[in-house]
Design a protein around this ligand. Structure first.
Ligand code: ZN
Length: 309
């Protein structure tokens, strides 16, 4: 972000008062690339994982910073005279910023003659960041028009603030980080997610695990499914009374690097096992079909014995 931000926000003071979709798209794509998640990942989840502020908020902070500096400039200078004159001119830079400041309860801070520049900028920054986080949180909980399923169904269970996650700051291999990010963002190819894309979309209660009769959700995949029992995270000190739901939230919210590493490794192994078994089942099915077509019951018996082994 440190490399991207100076380019994205170049001269944002001038043009940054309102949002521009192209700039947000670039930031979202950079976030997706950093987390190694596909493009169907929710921008809200990517932003939450990285703890980035939206481009609009960063642009507006820059604009307000310029406003405060101009406001505190010596009154003898022509720039300050023009700035104060334009404050009453509808549509001007300073007029629009005062309007926004009034809307966001920053009016008194902006025009206070006693507060210093740094103090004002700090207050404005805090206020805009809080508004940004509130907007992010309302988007996280927004289910309007998503009756058949929401990518953020799992994410909202454990993510409660828009701050960078530990695994983003800690160096783990890119492949493991990718699988962990996908699981957290709800886009790992589990049936709960795949069913969303079938036509027509599969009802949520019918998106079942291929290895048992439960719904194949992220929590089931990581802490509950008996098929993955040899790989499941048993090292956690779970209480026998903890529900699967609670276990999953505890695993996702861990703050210990050692445990985090274990989670990333386990998710990677689970994904690998699922892929390998799915491939084996498909391969066996094709062989059965070919042997059946060519009337070779001896081959069918052989395949059956190999699979038993
Ligand atoms: Zn299962």
């Amino acid at each position: 972000m440190n490399q991207l931000q100076p380019i994205l926000l170049y001269c944002a003071t001038i043009w940054g008062l309102y949002g521009h979709r192209e700039i947000s798209n670039i930031q979202n794509r950079a976030g997706g690339f950093f987390l190694s998640v596909p493009r169907n990942a929710s921008n809200c989840a990517v932003q939450g994982e990285l703890g980035w502020r939206t481009c609009l908020t960063q642009q507006q902070i820059e604009s307000f910073r310029c406003f405060v500096k101009l406001y505190h400039m010596s009154e003898d200078r022509l720039t300050n005279k023009v700035f104060r004159w334009s404050m009453n001119r509808k549509g001007s830079f300073s007029f629009n910023l005062v309007k926004l400041g009034r809307q966001w309860l920053l009016y008194d801070t902006l025009l206070s003659p006693t507060s210093g520049i740094n103090c004002k900028i700090s207050v404005i920054k805090q206020r805009l960041c809080r508004l940004d986080e509130e907007k992010w949180f309302s988007e996280l909980l927004d289910d309007v028009g998503k009756a058949i399923g929401n990518k953020l169904r799992t994410y909202r269970l454990f993510k409660k603030d828009c701050r960078p996650e530990l695994y983003v700051r800690y160096i783990i291999s890119r492949h493991r980080q990718s699988n962990l990010s996908k699981l957290r963002c709800g886009i790992l190819p589990l049936n709960i997610e795949i069913g969303f894309y079938s036509k027509p979309p599969t009802p949520i209660n019918q998106r079942l695990c291929p290895f048992c009769d439960s719904a194949e959700s992220e929590a089931h995949f990581l802490v509950n499914c008996a098929f993955y029992h040899d790989l499941n995270i048993d090292e956690f000190s779970f209480s026998p009374d903890d529900s699967n739901h609670l276990k999953f939230i505890m695993v996702m919210n861990t703050t210990e690097i050692k445990v985090l590493k274990l989670v990333a490794y386990t998710i990677n192994d689970l994904c690998y096992k699922k892929k390998a078994v799915t491939f084996l089942i498909y391969f066996t099915y094709v062989l059965f079909y070919i042997c059946h077509e060519h009337n070779r019951p001896d081959c069918i018996l052989y395949i059956f014995l190999v699979n038993l082994c």
